[in-house]
Design a protein around this ligand. Structure first.
Ligand code: GDP
Ligand code: GDP
Length: 453
């Protein structure tokens, strides 16, 4: 009975913000304790405060999806990071620089109770240099009286201060409107359609990221920054791998290892998150000579959740012996099953082993990431699937896939209109079958189920 499928209102597909380009990124920066984390919770509409009073508490996630007036953007919270007592201004400025480089727009938060301090000025200098759109927030304006103090912030030279109480929500609607106003229409990445593909090399410290980067950079012939009229962030580098030019995201961050090692862990995780966010494909470097760690898994999960193509580089292969390799196989079976769709290369940045396999593997992952399945083909597949493997009957009813469409590539995202709710296990089954049929090698895929009641 295809009539059912034919009556589906396909215009409903557009009711969700599933833009092909990644949503713009807003970084929230400022001194410790000005209320950044409280404000982020407010912006993403989460009432339960996850604000910690202990400074320097590390969190896994530093960026969150937000939607306001139907527009989607990503908020990067730099509030979990607290500098040491010494060299505070410099560290705040550096942290801000990092967040700003990864952002399309910046929300700069000042504590109206305390007023402007030297540390604030350090951030202001970074903001001016960055030329990114900035929105000045005078926080902790809990009532009318404090608004006069907020006006004093004009002298920072960042334009009109927006009085807000992150705690009570006062002024936060106006602030969200103002944020939408300064966000670029299209995120900057989308401008360089056809430019070099964006690759991030990520991984925990000491796995060999900078060694790999150096190897790749040394191999490169002369690569002109301006090859296709694209601008390159000062933190990025163009390298050539197997005759293809790629843009390596945040190479400055990889090279600046010493500071990272002595700094806060949050610092590294913010940087990793920013790089993943900006990349199309991520090379997650893992030290094959050491047991897989929690941190490795976290970074892999992060790449998957961010919807980026993934290539796993098992580095330091030269340090593995037969026994270690056998054990690694078991670890992969036990801990990495959920990344079975990802490609991997057993390599050594030191000896150059299998470095030549990176290029083809990157291309394969990108191809999987950008796969588009025509609607007709997709529904013919669903038709066969529903016939051969129907959903189990639930409460006398049998949920069915009525119609499906791929709403987006990079990563492949499918919307399935169904009659009734589907079991999670059935959705996983559908995902497995989709992969068997169409590949998507190296890419996560997303299924969005829309039951029609
Ligand atoms: P961060 O270090 O910049 O992320 O700051 P937090 O969000 O952790 O906030 C620091 C402290 O300021 C916490 O005790 C918050 O409850 C408090 N705070 C945050 N926003 C406001 C506000 O708008 N008004 C008042 N009165 N306190 C706030
Ligand atoms: P990063 O912190 O991830 O950038 O790691 P580095 O590139 O600085 O590497 C950390 C250490 O591992 C350095 O001493 C490197 O020389 C060493 N190293 C990196 N790759 C390899 C490799 O493939 N084999 C061996 N034996 N050592 C490596």
């Amino acid at each position: 009975d295809t009539t059912d499928a034919n009556t589906i209102d396909v215009s409903a597909i557009d009711d969700r913000p599933l833009a092909a380009a990644p949503p713009p990124v807003v970084a929230v920066v400022g001194r410790p304790n000005v209320g950044k984390s409280t404000l982020v919770n407010r912006l993403i509409g989460r009432r339960a405060a996850v604000v910690q009073d202990t400074p320097g508490v590390t969190r896994d996630r530093v960026s969150y999806d937000a939607v306001w007036n139907g527009r989607q953007f990503v908020v990067v919270d730099t509030g979990g990071w607290a500098p040491d007592a010494q060299g505070m201004a410099a560290q705040i400025a550096e942290q801000a620089e990092l967040a700003i480089a990864a952002a399309d727009a910046v929300v700069f938060v000042v504590d109206t109770h305390v007023g402007v301090l030297d540390d604030d000025d350090a951030v202001v200098r970074v903001l001016r240099r960055s030329k990114k759109p900035v929105l000045l927030v005078a926080n902790k304006v809990d009532d009318q009286r404090a608004e006069a103090e907020a006006a004093a912030m004009w002298n920072l030279g960042l334009g009109e201060p927006h009085p807000v109480s992150a705690l009570t929500g006062r002024g936060s609607g106006d602030l969200l409107d103002a944020i939408l106003d300064i966000l670029p229409e299209a995120p900057r990445e989308a401008v360089e359609e056809g430019g070099p593909r964006r690759v991030a090399i990520v991984g925990k410290p000491n796995v060999g990221k900078s060694s790999l980067l150096n190897k790749l950079a040394n191999q490169q012939r002369s690569v002109v920054d301006n090859a296709s009229g694209t601008t390159v962030d000062p933190v990025d580098e163009l390298v050539e791998i197997n005759g293809v030019v790629y843009r390596l995201i945040d190479t400055a961050g990889i090279r600046r290892r010493v500071k990272e090692a002595s700094g806060h862990e949050f610092y590294a995780s913010l940087r990793t998150q920013g790089a993943i966010e900006r990349a199309e494909v991520c090379i997650v470097v893992i030290d094959a000579s050491e047991p897989l760690s929690e941190q490795d898994l976290r970074i892999l999960t992060n790449v998957e959740e961010s919807g980026r193509a993934l290539l796993i580089a098992f580095n330091k292969w030269d340090l593995t012996d037969e026994e270690r390799r056998r054990y690694l196989d078991r670890e992969i079976e036990r801990d990495l099953v959920q990344f079975g769709w990802a490609g991997s290369v057993n390599m050594s940045a030191l000896t150059g082993r299998h470095l030549d396999r990176l290029g083809p593997a990157i291309e394969e992952a990108l191809a999987g990431w950008e796969t588009r399945v025509p609607t007709g083909k997709l529904n013919a597949f669903f038709g066969r699937l529903v016939a051969s493997h129907p959903h189990p009957v639930r409460g006398g009813k049998q949920p069915r896939i009525l119609f499906g469409t791929q709403a987006q590539a990079g990563p492949p995202t499918f919307i399935l209109f169904t009659s009734g709710r589907m079991d999670a296990s059935y959705v996983r089954f559908v995902e497995r079958r989709l992969r068997e049929e169409f590949g998507f090698h190296g890419s996560p895929i997303h299924l969005s189920i829309r039951p029609r009641e």
